[in-house]
Write a protein of this length. Sequence first.
Length: 240
Amino acid sequence: MIAAGVFLSQSELISVTIPNSVRTVTVSAILIIVACVIMLISSLSGCGGAFKRKERPIYAYIALAFIVLAMSIAGVIIAAVNSPQITSAIETGLTNIAKNEYGDPRFTSVTTAMDTLQKRLQCCGGVSFLEYTDSVWANISATTATNANPVPPSCCISETPRCGQDRPNNAVIFTRSCSDQSGLTTGLVFRSVLGMGITACVIQGIAILCAFILLYDLLYNEGKGSHSTTKVVIIKDQAS
């Protein structure tokens, strides 16, 4: 789960498709990563307490387990509540990139990321490939295009330097919008986050239950045995 969380929080694809203002996938993934790390640390405390049959390490484990459970629940809630917001934000964010940032020398990293997105998802533009017609990129790099609706090379099925500018027809480019394609990808990401969070919750719930059972055994059964032993000693002393 830690590896999956790191991938989701650092994915280049996610950084393009989801605007920073609603980067709840990253927040949820980070919460789950931290929760898993705490889970590993608390497990050492719990194992030590169980092995030595000491109460304090088990108390510490239960406290940390509740923290992990709360963080996992928070990660699931954040992802679930913001899912509709993400869907609408994807279209707005990608359209803004295609029209106003792609091809601008000030946003070279955005241009590279958008190229990667269009190649991987086989799409073009935010909501439509026509967004590039009057874009910053067209005014800088496609002033001599023979096609009235030029698109970047990364939109071409077979990429060449001017394939999107001088194309004879739209059959040689990806015509599906990236918001549609990335929506499928983002849905998969959200299901992954929700799955990791729910799994962590179930594991911690079972672990907390087991810890309480062990603690009860230590406090009640061993305490009862110690009390019985003391009572026997007193009776023997009286008899002697």
